[in-house]
Design a protein around this ligand. Structure first.
Ligand code: PLP
Length: 369
């Protein structure tokens, strides 16, 4: 990133300074492509995962041979808000696909929804950002393609944590975000499975950057750093996944030992190795987050928290979790720098916080009774 910031040229300029910036971007394209098994020419850099999702979700996505708009957008009930917003589809053209109690997309519900479309675009995330539950994307892709559909996969949370190969997933389009793999915030990418996929209606038009698919002078430093993170994630994937899974197993065993009534969401399904989402009946997430913050531990609520205001989680609601329990959902994410000592420190803090908060909640219920 520092190297890129020192380059004065605009990658669209033909002089040597411009060509140096362009070289950095094209090198970055190779690193990002390698992380997902794509061709560099099929990587389109964007300002974020959100923008990549917006670019992907358009009725005007075409495949070379058939140039007719997509008639429906089918999205799983647990997608990130940037997918749930529906991109450029009209509200009435969007339908939900249900998930099971573990938060896994129901393939039966998908097949049923597909039977009522003729040219659908389907969006299913590779792993959920609240529960970490990994979705049956390859199986879904087979159903989608048999129904003349295209599949977009939001792999923002999954990339760098589990294998994420465009071809084996059967994805036609795939979204990445740099800051989820250790890169800077404000950089993302949309990956096409092949050049036959065409954006008849790019989200941002203007100069011909990104082969006309995304106009605007590229964020050279952001892209260079995204690529460095992608290369590191690709190189260290197996080791980091094993490291995080060992720590997460220890963390969840500790949670269950300290608070046997704890509910760990999606525990029956395959999950990302770094994520755990849990709740303790009677303990509100906002209160626990503040108490843990005072102990120097940063966790998030499972609920979408866009403007600092905690809203009920649509993911837990779709899984059939009761509203009072969902209000207590806490998400702990581990990273490649998390150590066993960190897990121990978290468990000590949890013992203190859960003890104090459950006592307080029982007393309040006693008073109310
Ligand atoms: N998709 C998922 C699953 C996410 O978790 C996020 C961010 O948290 C996004 C998309 C949006 O990515 P960005 O923050 O780069 O806009």
């Amino acid at each position: 990133m520092e190297e890129a910031l020192a380059l004065p040229g605009n990658p669209s300029s033909v002089h040597a300074e411009g060509r140096a910036a362009l070289h950095l971007i094209e090198h970055a394209r190779e690193d990002v492509a390698r992380l997902v098994g794509a061709r560099p020419a099929d990587v389109i850099f964007t300002s974020s995962g959100t923008e990549a999702n917006m670019l992907a979700l358009s009725p005007a996505i075409e495949i070379a041979v058939e140039k007719k708009p997509r008639d429906k957008l089918l999205i799983s009930a647990i997608e990130h808000s940037s997918v749930r917003a529906g991109g450029r589809f009209a509200r009435e053209a969007i339908a939900d696909i249900a998930v099971d109690a573990d938060g896994r997309v129901s393939l039966a519900a998908l097949a049923d929804a597909l039977s009522r479309t003729s040219r659908p675009l389907v969006s299913i995330m590779l792993a959920n950002n609240e529960t970490g539950v990994v979705q049956p994307v390859a199986e879904a892709a087979a159903l989608v393609h048999a129904a003349n559909g295209l599949l977009h996969v939001d792999a923002v949370q999954a990339a760098g944590r589990i294998a994420c190969d465009v071809t084996s997933l059967g994805a036609d389009l795939l979204t990445l975000s740099a800051h989820k793999i250790g890169g800077p915030k404000g950089t993302g990418a949309l990956i096409r499975a092949n050049e036959a996929i065409h954006f008849a209606d790019p989200l941002i038009r203007g100069g011909g950057q990104e082969r006309g698919m995304r106009a605007g002078t590229e964020n050279v430093a952001g892209i260079a750093a995204f690529a460095a993170a992608a290369a590191a994630a690709h190189r260290q994937l197996a080791d980091e996944a094993a490291h995080m899974l060992a720590l997460r197993t220890e963390l969840e065993a500790g949670l269950r030992a300290i608070t046997p009534q704890v509910v760990i969401f999606g525990a029956g399904a395959a999950r990302l190795p770094n994520t755990t989402l849990f709740a303790l009946e009677g303990v509100k997430a906002e209160t626990a987050i503040i108490a843990l913050d005072l102990e120097g531990i940063a966790v998030s609520s499972g609920a979408a928290c866009s403007s600092g205001k905690v809203q009920p989680s649509h993911v837990l609601a779709a899984m059939g979790v009761s509203a009072p329990l969902a209000r207590g959902a806490l998400r702990v994410s581990l990273g490649w720098i998390t150590t066993e000592a960190d897990v121990e420190r978290f468990l000590n803090a949890w013992r203190k916080v859960a003890g104090a908060l459950s006592k307080c909640s029982k007393e309040q219920r006693g008073v109310a009774a």
